[in-house]
Design a protein around this ligand. Structure first.
Ligand code: ATP
Ligand code: MG
Length: 649
C-alpha cells in the first residue's frame, strides 16, 4: 500500500454547461435542484431512499429502511418484492402494455421487438421451465448466452422465481466457465447453439460441453436455437429451449421475495487479478438502478435508450435490463460487433431505431476515432439527445471527439464512474444540471458519500490525488463476495478504516469535481512522485497521431520507477524514432518533464479484458522483462502479449 498521495499534473479547463433546450425539459434541471436532493439524501438518508422505494411495487412494505453494521448492510428489512414484477407486471396495468420493452437487432440484420406484454409472457414461460427443471429459490443458475432477447428473458425468469443468476460473458473460455460454475455449484446452465460475432458463429454450446466435463454439479443444460448450427446434443442432459417451453404454461406469478434475497452473482472483469464473485440482492439494487436510470439518463417515456454493453457485464445488468425496464422504458439490444459488416454498424442502428440516449465505453470511442469520422457521417444521428460513457477514465480528447462528431455539440455527456461492486452509477454528471468538464466524472449522485484520502484515511487537500473511498452505505452496494465473507472484508473494508475502498485513485478540483486517475495498483512512483496512469495516457492521446496509449512503471535503480509507454497510432501514421521523440516531447509539453516516458513502444493493439479495459499489470511485466505470473484468462487476445514481448523498446 503506497504511503503518499498521488501527484496531479493534468489541467483541463474546458467547461460545457447543459444546453438550455436540454435543461428545460430535464428531470433535474438545475444545480440548485441537485444540491437540494443531495443534501436531503445525506441528512435524511432513510426518508430519502424510502421515498424512492415507494415508487416501486412491494408485496409487503419494509419495517426498517437500513440496518447497518459495517461492513454488513441490509436495506428495506422485512420488505417483500420482486424485481421481475417491477420490470414487467406493473407496466401491464398501464398503457405501456403494448410499448416496446426490447428492440433487438441480430448481427446478420434481423430485428425483433418485444412489447412489455410479450416479454412478460416469455418470461413467465421460461420461469416455468426453470421450475420444471427443479430449480429452487436461492439456487444459482448459470447463463452463458449471446446478446439475444432470451438472455434478458432468462434473467427476468430467474428473478421471478428467486433463483440468483450468474451470467458468464459469452466470450469466455471453458476454463472460465468451469471456475465460475464450480464456485457457484450450479446445477443448471442456459446457453445457445451459438451467437453471431463478426460474421462467425461463437460456438457457445461446444464451450459449455467442454466445461461441463469438469463441472460435477451440472445436471441440466437448456439450449436456445440461435444460429441453427449443428451441435452435439446429450439427450440425458440437454434440452432445446423451444421444445421444453412447449411443455409448460404461461401462468407464473412472481414470488414475493425478501428484500435481501440474492438477485445475482457476477464476477468482476479481472483487470487487476482474479475476478471476484460479487453478490447483489433484490430490494436495494432494484431501488438503486431504478433511481439512477432516471437521474443520470434523464430517462423519459418517449426515449429509445441504447447501452452497448454486453449483458455479461454489470453495465448490462443494471442499465440494459433492470434499471431501464423498471422505468418502463424502451431498451435496444444488439448482438454483434460494432464493425460488422462495416465500421458504421452502431450509427446505422442509431439511425434506424431513432436512438435518443446512447451509452458506451471509452475503448469503443477510441476505436471509432481510429476508424474515422466518415462512418458516423454517413448517418443521420439527429435523434440523439444524450451520450454516456463507462468502464475507464475517458481521455479528454476522446471526450471532445464524442461531443463533436457524435453529439454534434448538442448532447450532454455523462461520464459515469461505478463498479460491479457498487451496482449502480456513483459519480456522474446529471445531464440537465451539471456543467461537464472532459475527463471528469464530476459529482456524486444523491446518497453517495465519496472521499479522497491518504494511506491513513485522512482526507487529502483539494487538487491532490489520493484513494477514492465511499463513506456511507448505499442501497445497491454489494453484500459480499459469494461464499467468502472474509475476502469481502479484507478486499473492501480493511484498507481504509470505516470506508469502502474502491481501489481507484482520484482527485478533486476547485469545483469539487472528481477526476478519476486510474487504479491505485497502477500508480507509477518516480523519484518520490506518484503519478496516476490516466494523466500521462491522456497527454499521449491528445497528440493527433496517437489512437490509444497505456503507461506503466518500469523498475529503475536510481529513480525507483520510470515510465514505459505503449502506443497505438491512427491508421496510416508512420512510426519510428522521430515519432517516438515527438511523442515524448509532447508529454513533457503537456504535463511536465517528470512524466517523460523513458521507453516508448509502438504496438498494433493493447492487452485488454474482454470488456475492453486495458490490463496494465501485464504491460508492467513486459516492461520489466518478466514473465506474466497473474491470471490471463480474462484477456481478450492472448497473442498480443507474445507480440509485445518480441518488440524491444
Ligand atoms: P477487477 O476488479 O476484477 O480488477 P474491474 O475493476 O475492471 O475488474 P469492473 O467492476 O467492471 O471490474 O470495473 C470497475 C472499474 O472500472 C472501476 O473501479 C474503475 O477503475 C473503472 N471505471 C469504470 N467507470 C469509470 C469511469 N467513468 N471513469 C474512470 N474509471 C472508471
Ligand atoms: Mg474492480
Amino acid at each position: 500500500m503506497p504511503q503518499k498521495d498521488i501527484d496531479s499534473l493534468l489541467s483541463e479547463d474546458r467547461r460545457f454547461p447543459p444546453p438550455a433546450s436540454f435543461r428545460s425539459g430535464a428531470r433535474i434541471g438545475s444545480m440548485e435542484e441537485y444540491e437540494k436532493m443531495y443534501r436531503d439524501s445525506v441528512e435524511n438518508r432513510e426518508e430519502f431512499w424510502a421515498a424512492v422505494a415507494d415508487k416501486l411495487h412491494w408485496f409487503r412494505k419494509w419495517d426498517e429502511v437500513l440496518r447497518w453494521e459495517a461492513p454488513k448492510a441490509e436495506w428495506f428489512v422485512g420488505g417483500k418484492t420482486n424485481l421481475s414484477y417491477n420490470c414487467l407486471d406493473v407496466h401491464l396495468k398501464t398503457w405501456r402494455r403494448n410499448k416496446a420493452a426490447i428492440i433487438w437487432e441480430g448481427e446478420p440484420g434481423e430485428t425483433r421487438i418485444l412489447t412489455y406484454q410479450a416479454l412478460h409472457r416469455e418470461v413467465c414461460h421460461f420461469a416455468n421451465v426453470l421450475k420444471r427443471l427443479g430449480v429452487k429459490q436461492g439456487e444459482p443458475v448459470i447463463l452463458y448466452m449471446p446478446m439475444v432477447p432470451e438472455l434478458a428473458i432468462a434473467m427476468l425468469a430467474c428473478a421471478r422465481i428467486g433463483a440468483p443468476h450468474s451470467i458468464i460473458f459469452g466470450g469466455f473460455s471453458a476454463a472460465s466457465i468451469r471456475d465460475r460454475v464450480n464456485d457457484a455449484k450450479a446445477r443448471v446452465v442456459i446457453t445457445a447453439d451459438g451467437g453471431w460475432r463478426r460474421g462467425e458463429v461463437v460456438p457457445l454450446k461446444e464451450t459449455v460441453d467442454k466445461a461441463v466435463d469438469e463441472c460435477p454439479t451440472i445436471e441440466q443444460v437448456v439450449v436456445l436455437r440461435r444460429t441453427g448450427r449443428e451441435i452435439a446434443f446429450h439427450p440425458e442432459r440437454d434440452h432445446w429451449w423451444h421444445e421444453i417451453i412447449e411443455a409448460v404454461d404461461a401462468d407464473c406469478p412472481a414470488e414475493p421475495l425478501d428484500a435481501e434475497h440474492p438477485l445475482y452473482i457476477l464476477y468482476t472483469s479481472g483487470s487487476t487479478g482474479k475476478p471476484k464473485g460479487v453478490l447483489h440482492t433484490t430490494g436495494g439494487y432494484m431501488v438503486g438502478t431504478y433511481a439512477t436510470s432516471r437521474w443520470v439518463f434523464d430517462l423519459k417515456e418517449e426515449d429509445t435508450y441504447w447501452c452497448t454493453a454486453d449483458i455479461g457485464w454489470v453495465t448490462g445488468h443494471s442499465y440494459v435490463v433492470y434499471g431501464i425496464l423498471a422505468n418502463g422504458a424502451t431498451t435496444v439490444m444488439y448482438e454483434g460487433a460494432p464493425n460488422w459488416p462495416e465500421a458504421d454498424r452502431f450509427w446505422s442502428i442509431v439511425e434506424k431505431h431513432g436512438v435518443t440516449i446512447f451509452y458506451t465505453a471509452p475503448t469503443a470511442i477510441r476505436a471509432f476515432i481510429k476508424w474515422g469520422e466518415q462512418w458516423p457521417d454517413r448517418h443521420d444521428l439527429s435523434s440523439l439527445r444524450l451520450l454516456g460513457t463507462v468502464g475507464e477514465p475517458i481521455n479528454p480528447e476522446a471526450w471532445i471527439w464524442y461531443h463533436t462528431v457524435i453529439g454534434k455539440k448538442r448532447c450532454p455527456i455523462v461520464d459515469t464512474w461505478w463498479q460491479t461492486e457498487t451496482g449502480t452509477i456513483m459519480i456522474s454528471p446529471l445531464p440537465g444540471a451539471t456543467s461537464t468538464r472532459p475527463g471528469s466524472a464530476t459529482l456524486p449522485l444523491p446518497g453517495v458519500v465519496p472521499e479522497i484520502v491518504d494511506h491513513d484515511g485522512r482526507p487529502v487537500e483539494k487538487g491532490k490525488g489520493g484513494f477514492l473511498v465511499i463513506r456511507e452505505p448505499w442501497p445497491a452496494m454489494l453484500r459480499t463476495i459469494y461464499g467468502d465473507d472474509e475476502r469481502y472484508k479484507t478486499q473492501y473494508w480493511s484498507t481504509v478504516k470505516d470506508a469502502y475502498f474502491t481501489g481507484d485513485g482520484a482527485r478533486r478540483d476547485d469545483d469539487d469535481f472528481y477526476w478519476l486517475m486510474g487504479r491505485v495498483d497502477d500508480v507509477i512512483n518516480i523519484a518520490g512522485h506518484r503519478l496516476g496512469t490516466m494523466e500521462v495516457e491522456s497527454a499521449l492521446v491528445s497528440h493527433p497521431k496517437v489512437a490509444e496509449a497505456a503507461v506503466v512503471g518500469k523498475p529503475d535503480e536510481i529513480r525507483g520507477e520510470v515510465i514505459a509507454a505503449f502506443v497505438t497510432v491512427e491508421s496510416g501514421v508512420e512510426t519510428g524514432a522521430d515519432l517516438e521523440k515527438e511523442l515524448k516531447d509532447h508529454v513533457v509539453e503537456e504535463i511536465g518533464a517528470i512524466a517523460r516516458p523513458s521507453d516508448l513502444r509502438f504496438t498494433d493493439a493493447l492487452p485488454k479484458t474482454r470488456s475492453g479495459k486495458i490490463m496494465r499489470r501485464l504491460l508492467r511485466d513486459i516492461a520489466a522483462g518478466r514473465e506474466s505470473a497473474g491470471d490471463t484468462t480474462t484477456l481478450e487476445d492472448e497473442s498480443i502479449l507474445k507480440r509485445l514481448r518480441e518488440k524491444k523498446p
